[in-house]
Ligand binder design. Structure first.
Ligand code: NAD
Length: 244
């Protein structure tokens, strides 16, 4: 298998999706036995669902929290943490995942564009920052209220809502000379566009996963395989030349 070379002056932007957590036991989005088996997205993951049935939304995300707590980072999460350790500020990780397996593997320069399972925020968008919240709520009565009186909702970007920190993501992509994309089907926008933005800037683009994504033609290299199997030892980092 060919390795992915990272030059002494390269800046790497990584985008991960549900596939990187599959080998940790968290189901992906669209697999037959996937996250949505038995659920309709519009019943649990939209602003309308929250307005109509907040108890149902919390039941779904409480179950996701319980599964997330049991999962452990796999060798792919660890390979990215090691890559960051080797590159320092020349590394940036943007994940579509709401689990915390990247942090638990040691990643620090990362952004959760679709929110985080372990946080909640006010449904009224009253301006207070999201709070740490790992609780598993058995009923709606248990869900705390914000000081403003609004109910807490999961800190998750529902379908139809804007992803978080798009300005920062755009500026990190603009700086990158290499984009690595891991385990995402290329069907959820705007994340599926990132590879095109990187290509317009002249970056090398590498996809890692067991099957080609929908936007496969935008990649300059495809590393085929399960992330946890192919990522350890995949990256070859050229030593930076110290400034005189
Ligand atoms: P997706 O389900 O649409 O696609 C998953 C991709 O992962 C597929 O292309 C599949 O080939 C690939 N894959 C499967 N096993 C893999 C492995 N072992 N190694 C590498 N790749 C593998 O997921 P998506 O494109 O990330 O979009 C899903 C959306 O759902 C995201 O917005 C995300 O927020 C959310 N989601 C998050 C989690 C999580 O946090 N763990 C889990 C499911 C869904």
């Amino acid at each position: 298998m060919s390795r992915v070379e990272i030059g002494a002056h390269d800046r790497v932007f990584v985008l991960t999706g549900a596939g990187i957590s599959a080998e940790s036991g968290l189901p992906t989005f669209r697999a037959e036995d996937g996250l949505w088996a038995g659920y309709r997205v519009e019943d649990v993951c939209t602003p309308e669902a929250w307005r109509r049935d907040p108890a149902g939304v919390w039941a779904f995300y409480s179950a996701r929290r319980a599964a997330g707590m049991k999962a452990e980072p796999n060798p792919a999460h660890i390979a990215l943490a090691e890559l960051e350790a080797g590159l320092g500020d020349r590394f940036f990780l943007c994940t579509q995942n709401v689990d915390d397996l990247h942090e638990r593997a040691g990643s620090t320069r990362l952004l959760h564009m679709h929110g985080e399972l372990g946080k909640s925020r006010c449904e009224r968008e009253c301006g207070r920052a999201p709070v740490e919240d790992h609780a598993i709520y058995a009923s709606l009565d248990q869900v705390p209220r914000c000081p403003c009186g609004g109910r807490l909702r999961p800190h998750i970007v529902f379908f139809g809502e804007m992803p978080l920190e798009m300005g920062r993501i755009q500026s990190e992509i603009d700086k990158a000379t290499v984009m690595l994309v891991v385990g995402t089907s290329g069907s959820v926008y705007p994340a599926a566009s990132f590879v095109h933005w990187a290509r317009q800037n002249g970056a090398r683009t590498v996809y890692i996963g067991p099957e080609a994504p929908l936007n496969a033609s935008a990649f300059t290299q495809i590393v085929e395989g399960k992330a946890g199997q192919v990522m350890p030892g995949l990256f070859q980092i050229e030593a930076a030349i110290p400034a005189l």
